[in-house]
Design a protein around this ligand. Structure first.
Ligand SMILES: Cc1cc2nc3c(=O)[nH]c(=O)nc-3n(C[C@H](O)[C@H](O)[C@H](O)COP(=O)(O)O)c2cc1C
Length: 366
């Protein structure tokens, strides 16, 4: 079993390697009648695309998506619509430079997946890390753009946004949180006062050939109460699995997450009142919008920790495929903080989980 599919009723299967001719995805289970163009998908891809600032890999990939199937428009139709058949998506790889990776052909990068791929498969595509490369996450973002459209169609406007809330040792001041600011800086940071110090900090990290980790927060608004299932398909366990499946993610929390371990029951209780519109109002959201695995109607909040990029310029001790002890310096083109480009990927995984849960909810409850 190689497990390249994700989701149940809204199911994606991705394929492709970092240095192969293309990466792609099949989205199966998308309902018919949803307006969908390449531009709708491209908008999200642009936010994840490499080469856009000096803080992300300089690999120049246009990431231009093609829709191969699953949509239709004729002269009587005002817009191109999904047909309900599998949607095939393709992005050609344009800027592969295999020679950059000759150093890792026989040596294992500490912190990367080179050793485990060899241990499992007996050999690996070392060009850019092959399938272990986060190049695959472009297809998650493309599929996530379709998932967002499914959610909008079912529930009106659903907003799923992500932000970098910490980078290495640097934190935001949450009092300054402004979602609009995330589009104005190269970090997806919601705190304008953090940009200058973060820029100086990451510039230092980049120049020294090192890397740092990051913490990302993703929030979904506009999801009604009732999505999720009580035991093995809890919304929170599916979100944790989805976010943990992103390359380099080493921790996930929902709502107040690990901080709840030191809270009292009184502090943690999201008290309830009745709103003027006849719907319950929660006075806080420590639960991150999920109780018993089912959405409460509040914003769904998840955070995930991304480890520092393992391909770094400082020499590290390692072994090669023959077992000989050696050192490795990874040249090539790398992000000093891969957490930055993980922000749109986190949003996409949230959208994929919610769209799948929404279709399953509809299938069971109507
Ligand atoms: C958007 C993104 C870009 C990444 N780019 C790199 C990179 O340039 N170099 C690198 O060593 N790791 C990079 N990674 C992380 C590796 O893909 C990941 O650490 C590796 O596959 C091992 O898997 P694991 O960290 O999940 O155990 C990136 C991760 C993400 C989310």
């Amino acid at each position: 079993m190689s497990h390249n599919s994700f989701g149940h009723l809204f199911r994606i299967t991705t394929f492709g390697e970092s240095h192969g001719p293309a990466i792609g995805c099949v989205v199966d289970g998308c309902p018919p009648g949803i307006v969908l163009t390449e531009a709708d998908i491209q908008r999200d891809l642009e936010r994840r695309r490499p080469g856009q600032s000096k803080f992300v890999t300089q690999r120049q990939e246009p990431d231009a998506v093609k829709i191969l199937s699953g949509v239709f428009q004729d002269e009587r139709m005002a817009e191109q619509l999904t047909t309900g058949t599998p949607i095939g998506l393709l992005i050609e790889n344009k800027d592969q430079r295999s020679k950059d990776y000759s150093e890792i052909r026989d040596k294992y990068r500490p912190g990367h997946a080179d050793y485990t791929y060899d241990a499992k498969y007996g050999f690996r595509d070392y060009r850019g890390g092959g399938r272990q490369s986060a190049r695959e996450t472009a297809m998650r973002v493309a599929a996530g753009a379709i998932a967002r459209k499914v959610l909008d169609k079912l529930y009106g406007k659903v907003t799923i946004r992500g932000a970098l809330v910490a980078m290495g040792t640097q934190n935001i001041n949450r009092a300054n949180w402004n979602w609009d600011e995330t589009a104005n800086n190269p970090f997806f940071c919601p705190d304008a006062s953090a940009i200058a110090p973060w820029t100086e900090y990451l510039e230092g990290v980049r120049k020294s050939g090192s890397s740092v980790g990051a913490l990302i927060e993703v929030v979904a608004e506009g999801i009604p109460a009732g999505l999720g299932a009580p035991v093995y398909a809890k919304l929170d366990n599916e979100l944790a699995s989805a976010l943990m499946s992103i390359n380099a993610v080493k921790g996930v929390e929902i709502g107040d997450g690990f901080a709840t371990a030191v809270m009292s029951g009184e502090e943690n209780a999201d008290e309830m009142r009745m709103g003027n519109d006849g719907k319950p109002v929660f006075l806080s959201n420590h639960a991150g919008g999920i109780l018993g695995g089912i959405s409460t109607g509040q914003p769904i909040v998840a955070r995930f920790a991304v480890k520092p990029t393992s391909s770094i310029l400082s020499p590290r001790r390692t072994i090669d495929r023959s077992g000989a002890e050696t050192e490795i310096v990874t040249k090539g083109r790398h992000d000093p903080c891969v957490g930055i480009r993980a922000v749109p990927v986190g949003e996409a995984m949230m959208a994929l989980v919610l769209a799948d849960q929404a279709l399953r909810h509809r299938a069971q409850i109507g």
